[in-house]
Design a protein around this ligand. Structure first.
Ligand code: GLY
Length: 572
């Protein structure tokens, strides 16, 4: 996977750098011997590292980092959202935790529609109808109950401390603070203004200390009472009362009934490595394995990283896997017959490979979906990778859906609610070129989980984890993870280069490929377009957070994507 870590090691040793706290510099991985945490906020990574150094295992550090991100990275870190955790132990044990949000019991298939069958006031993405029953606290608690080492109370302490005593705000939040100031008179966002603005009115300047006393109290209730400290008692009542007062659907019963699930990860292989990833209700693992199976027959190494030929083959794999994603995938508790074995099999990939021409783009066949292109999915989610001293690995991705979720803070509870209901298909049977999709597996139903693209993944070799990887990015997540894996396995990049390398995104429909700004040379673009692909360039894609385990030399290499504002890899 990596040919030159030894060279790197020699360089580091020659210059006698200390073992910890290398400043991360883009394409050079951070190196550590005893444990590492990589996340989208430097304070959260530090908390995770400290938990590891106190004897916590990868689950403990993942849990503590996630609670800290709920304080320091409110755009995506959360207790009001949901997500997934994939675990691969050094001893070969594998498991996964599903804490995706659920539709409330009062939800219905047409809950977002007006009399004309159109989406009313963007209600699937905005306001209280967009909020799913949060899953994060239940998921973190369940993972800790099953596999944690340190006491639960200890894992909450750093987050409570940062919420109570504050930390320096960064420019990352600035656009949101401006939005909150503009909306602070709106009753729905009054508690958001109280939580995020200085004295409920002024925007914090970067460097000013931001405290969150109500959030600290909510975290203390979780610290004292575990998951019940969120799903029962004061916090549950604050959520349910607020919902009732403002036309939301979530009740105390929804909260008391919420349960996280432990699931078997979905697995596949790629060029001798094992791929261990999240099954539905995430589409991530299935689509990732399907794409890797398709790509396996092609010589990507020979095609060369970031070449037109490589991009063409990646695109053809993406096109096919995303079509299957739309057709087949949803919450397994409501779709018991999803053909997961078929979609992740080498035989099926062989059939798909046969339709790929080596120098010609195929066309996305939209016949099934009435010329659909896929609806918008927000890029705001966040990923944590952890490896502990024993080499146990955790890959955890969680989200509020859009940046800052619904932007609604629960009064008195101090945390943001998600707007994850927007990940359901909103209009049954209606798929159109404006970005709506109405296929059955992912329609709203009471108690159902909405389909996700989050792709927390662990790559293993000979029964041991070698890579923990994941990213935010809505539907682009699966392609981001795919490209990091291909960069490392096929192109032999180190973890930092694999993460920094430019990325592409194709999602079947619309039938065009997105490149990052300045992510493709004009020459490559010309060659790629000549094969029949349509290209557009925009923004940047994902914020991957990864750790590579070099078992031969007992070293860890980590990298936080430079696309992330405050991300950091911390090891010791
Ligand atoms: N809300 C983004 C996802 O779950 O994929």
């Amino acid at each position: 996977m990596q040919n030159y870590p030894k060279l790197l090691i020699c360089l580091f040793l020659t210059f006698s750098f200390p073992m910890s706290n290398f400043a991360q510099s883009g394409r050079i991985p951070v190196r550590a011997e005893n444990g590492m945490v990589v996340s989208s906020h430097y304070l959260a990574s530090k908390v995770g590292e400290e938990i590891l150094s106190k004897g916590g295992n990868a689950i403990d550090a993942g849990v503590a980092t996630a609670f800290t991100l709920a304080v320091t990275l409110p755009s995506a870190g959360n207790i009001g959202g949901g997500g997934f955790l994939v675990y691969h132990g050094a001893n070969g044990d594998k498991t996964a935790f599903n804490f995706r949000e659920k539709a409330p019991l009062k939800a219905s298939v047409d809950m977002f529609l007006d009399e004309d069958g159109q989406i009313k006031d963007n209600s699937n993405h905005e306001g209280l109808l967009s909020v799913g029953v949060p899953g994060t606290v239940a998921g973190l608690y369940k993972a800790h109950q099953k596999m944690g080492n340190l006491p639960w109370e200890e894992l909450l302490e750093p987050a409570i401390n940062l919420a109570e005593n504050g930390f320096e705000s960064t420019y990352n939040m600035n656009w949101f603070l401006k939005w909150v100031k503009e909306h602070h008179d709106d009753e729905l966002y009054a508690a958001t203004a109280k939580a995020f603005l200085k004295n409920g009115e002024e925007i914090y300047k970067p460097g000013e200390t931001w405290k969150q006393p109500d959030l600290a109290k909510s975290l203390k209730r979780i610290q004292q009472n575990g998951a019940d400290g969120f799903y029962k008692g004061k916090t549950a009542k604050l959520i349910a009362d607020f919902m009732k007062e403002h036309g939301g659907l979530i009740t105390e019963k929804d909260l008391a009934n919420y349960e996280a699930e432990e699931l078997a990860p979905v697995t596949g292989t790629y060029r001798g490595y094992e791929v261990v990833a999240m099954p539905p209700p995430s589409s991530g693992g299935v689509a990732l394995i399907e794409m890797l199976n398709i790509l396996e027959v092609f010589d990507l190494e020979e095609a060369g990283a970031n070449s037109a030929k490589s991009y063409h083959l990646l695109t053809e794999a993406m096109r096919r896997a995303y079509a299957d994603r739309a057709l087949y995938l949803g919450d397994p508790n409501f779709n018991p017959k999803m053909p997961l074995e078929k979609l992740t099999s080498k035989e099926y990939a062989k059939k798909l490979q046969e339709g790929i021409q080596i120098d010609r783009a195929s066309k996305s066949d939209s016949a099934n979906f009435n010329k659909a292109h896929l609806r918008y999915e927000s890029p705001q989610t966040t990923h944590i990778s952890v490896v502990d001293k024993e080499g146990n690995a955790v890959s955890l991705t969680y989200t509020l859906e859009r940046s800052y979720g619904s932007k609604i803070v629960v009064p008195g509870a101090g945390f943001l609610l998600n707007n994850e209901m927007g990940d359901f298909n909103p209009i049954p049977g209606h798929t159109d070129t404006k970005g709506l999709i109405g296929t059955k597996p992912n329609l709203v139903a009471p108690g159902k989980r909405m389909l996700s693209s989050m792709t927390p993944t662990i790559i293993a070799k000979e029964g041991k984890p070698v890579l923990a990887i994941g990213s935010p990015g809505g539907r682009t997540i699966i392609n981001t993870v795919l490209q990091v894996v291909v960069n490392m396995i096929d192109h032999k990049m180190n973890i930092a280069k694999a993460i920094e390398s430019p990325r592409i995104h194709h999602q079947w429909l619309p039938d065009r490929t997105r490149f990052e700004d300045f992510g493709i040379s004009p020459d490559t673009k010309k060659l790629y377009e000549q094969m029949g692909h349509e290209v557009y360039e925009a923004g940047s894609q994902g914020q991957a957070m990864g750790i590579y385990i070099d078992w031969e030399n007992d070293l860890l290499y980590g990298a936080a994507d430079s696309r992330s504002y405050d991300g950091k890899a911390e090891g010791f």
